[in-house]
Design a protein. Sequence first.
Length: 313
Amino acid sequence: MASHPNNKKILFGVLNWGLGHATRSYQLIKELLENQNEVLIASSGNALSWLKANFPENQFLELPNYQIEYPKSKSSSKRGFALKLLLQQRKIRQAINQEKKLCSKWASELEIDLVYSDHCLGFYSSKVPSYVVAHQINILAPNFNKWVNKWHQNQLKKFNKILIPDYPDRRLSGKLSQCDFMEYEFIGPLSRMKGLKCNGPNIAIFISGPEPHRTYFETQVFKKIQSDEINPNDREIHIWGAKNRAPIKNTIYHDGNEWDEKILQRCGTWYSRSGYTSIMDAHVCGAKLIATPTPGQVEQEYLNQLLNSSDHS
């Protein structure tokens, strides 16, 4: 685990690309606060709203929203997904440049000692030490792999160090966290579920991700519930993040910001997308994770394969 600074004024930027970056940053921000640091949090959109709900006493700043659009097809291909992102490179670069300007401005005006960034690639300062939290260092791009990784590495090199939320020996992120071009440190999995043991008989379902795929996943989940594929034994089903809250036997709905430890501890089986944050959460809690990758998203498809491989435990 990482050793944290003490009594510092820290500026912490969180990427709004799904809620995973916000929920995994929860543990790191909490630990920094416990070490008597002052933490100012910067983010945008849903991530900013989630962080405000969970850290009501902190000061917040607003970053530009990347506003990434995903393919609308339910069965998007890897190439289609990659092309959609490639066509938005200008938008991504503009957001990164805005992050850089804002971070430099805030670091100077607010007398910041350290900068942390959960994969906001422009959120660093040349005047104070800046660390980036990232598990996906090696990008598995189906097209232009060499060019994409060279560009990504050049962005990461602007930070002083990469903080990798994984183990150095038994990696949950597999080859995604391979790094040989700059200083890095493995800080262990990050999870807001730290300290929980989830091994009860009930089922937890976490519906998340970018639209329209969040809705596709929700529809798929409800079909499986109604066909008894998910719950043949009439156990309780607890669902977080659903917009459709149709009354279904033994099914209980929860808002995304709410998570009751007693409820989660009785949910030993989880269903979610195969995002890295979900994998870390399930691992930390000891829950059985049944994951579904977002179609065409190479990282999630790879992580899902790794999760289900016989040599990964």
